[in-house]
Unconditional design. Sequence first.
Length: 90
Amino acid sequence: MELTLKKYFGYSAFRPYQKEIIENILQGKDCLVVMATGSGKSLCYQVPPLVVNKTAVVISPLLSLMQDQVMALRQRGIKADHLSLVLKQI
């Protein structure tokens, strides 16, 4: 996991709780992660699919967050995309 963290994200160590959360995800356990903004929640669901070379589906309520995260992942050479439905009132 640390090699994946360094290779794709440039960090040498996980922040508090990240490694434990990722290990639980890799063991197939369900996880609910409630952490402060900027504490590193995104890595908790970005690292596991890279470790096991699988696809992840992430559901987010914010279009801007989806766009930002897809752009950041692509800049790191990670395949990513998002689907959204933008409704306009006529």
